[in-house]
Design a protein around this ligand. Structure first.
Ligand code: NAD
Ligand SMILES: O=C(O)C(=O)C[C@@H](O)[C@H](O)[C@H](O)COP(=O)(O)O
Ligand code: ZN
Length: 373
């Protein structure tokens, strides 16, 4: 398989996303240019499961390139995006005398990536970091764009920094060990790009879903590349979400409220919540009379075909309370002067940012959503 390179164009902080096969075997050589000095060490942050499966190969490659490595793992899962882990990881790397001219490597999914980016930004006021995303979700979304965060008891990603990596290495072969549920969750963010502004991509996904979720390499590489191109273009235009970057948040105001309602305990994964949140955004758009009903049906159908839940009930985690969901939505980072911002849609591939959302019709909508079968 040939490699694809997608550039994230951010002036001095521009970087490449390398998408390919067996990248991990040449990992050491590939990060050499990202090392601030020839003597820099690699500080690797991973999670227990990913490191158990892929760590040995990564270390072998670093060793072959003569790059010393210090490894720290955290438990797998969303609960690791916590203050406690942030402290543990920082103190561990500081005890190992990490220097600003060393390189931090995020080796894992979005949890490890979000935590690592924050660690890298805080460590001695900043050290460079490389993203090595190992889940579908992290290859198509979280490793790109520099949003880093941990969760607060009040909500999702509320403590964080914009901090761009210096390189992203997306080895699609690593996805061969990913559990099916994680494939599906990551695929929600792939569908998101079609829904935002790529109706052609959405059309393609309607026929290519089975192949992508079965790990067909050509289809997978194409989906990862298109997703990264879409995200890179938005990030280059609006790095810190002053405007159009908010489109990447389609389904997330609902989705993050769902995750918060379940306490980040793994019952609902991020991608699963985003899938349901996107269907809700489309249904709310239909209720407002701005989105054709047949587009909503297509969205719900593709999500269901992908093993994702178009409704809260289909998440199969019990009841949700409309008022609780609405109160969690008010912790969203897009809230302005106390008013909600939602990403709504005029159709498939035609999403837009709606500020100043009126809470009362939304509350009524949520009452209905929490009772849907
Ligand atoms: N920063 C951003 O722009 C951004 C974008 C989207 C999502 N996110 C965040 O990303 C997180 C979700 O990321 P995720 O879906 O990658 O979850 P994750 O990091 O929890 O990984 C999912 C699971 O898969 C396992 N795993 C990872 N790679 C594997 C592999 N190759 N083989 C076998 N198992 C593997 C992990 O151990 C974990 O149990 C959420 O916290 C979300 O908020 C951030
Ligand atoms: O990169 C972005 O911008 C996104 O919104 C991508 C989302 O998929 C991702 O989940 C992000 O972390 C959500 O951002 P937040 O600002 O709502 O926490
Ligand atoms: Zn997301």
């Amino acid at each position: 398989m040939t490699e694809d390179i997608v550039r994230v164009d951010l002036g001095k902080r521009s970087y490449d996303i390398v998408i390919g096969s067996a990248l991990i075997d040449t990992f050491g050589e590939r990060i050499k240019d990202a090392l601030p000095k020839p003597t820099s060490r690699a500080f690797i942050l991973s999670d227990d499961a990913v490191w158990g499966i892929h760590g040995e190969r990564a270390l072998k490659s670093l060793d072959a390139s003569g790059i010393p490595a210090i490894v720290k793992t955290v438990p797998s899962g969303e609960a690791s995006k916590s203050f406690a882990n942030l402290e543990t990881v920082l103190e561990h790397f500081i005890a190992e005398e990490a220097e600003r001219n060393d390189l931090l490597i995020a080796f894992g999914g979005g949890v490890v990536g979000d935590l690592s980016g924050l660690v890298a930004g805080l460590m001695k006021r900043g050290m460079p970091f490389v993203q090595v995303p190992t889940t579908l979700l992290s290859q198509v979304d979280s490793s790109v764009g520099g949003k880093t965060a941990i969760n607060s008891r009040h909500g999702k990603n509320l403590i964080g920094l914009f901090n761009q990596p210096v390189l992203v290495l997306a080895d699609i072969d690593m996805l061969s060990t990913l559990p099916p549920r994680e494939w599906r969750a990551g695929y929600a963010e792939v569908i998101k790009y079609g829904l935002i502004d790529r109706p052609d991509f959405f059309d393609h996904l309607e026929t290519a879903t089975d192949a992508i979720l079965a790990g067909d390499k050509a289809e997978l590489a194409k989906a990862v590349k298109i997703s990264c191109e879409s995200k890179a273009a938005v990030v280059a235009a609006d790095e810190t979400e002053q405007g159009k970057r908010a489109l990447l948040n389609l389904g997330h105001t609902f989705g993050h409220a769902i995750e918060r309602a379940r306490g980040f305990d793994g019952r609902v994964l991020h991608g699963e919540a985003v899938a349901t949140g996107m269907a809700m955004a489309y249904r709310y758009s239909r209720q407002l009379g701005i989105c054709p009903g047949q587009d909503v049906v297509r969205v719900e159908r593709l999500l269901a075909k992908s093993g994702l839940a178009p409704t809260l009930a289909a998440l199969n985690t019990g009841d949700f309370d409309a008022n609780e969901l609405l109160s969690h939505m008010y912790q969203d980072k897009k809230v302005e002067s106390g008013a909600l911002t939602l990403i709504l849609a005029k159709g498939i591939g035609n999403s837009f940012v709606q500020k100043g959302v009126d809470p009362e019709p939304l509350r009524a909508f949520l009452e209905v959503e929490t009772k849907l079968a």
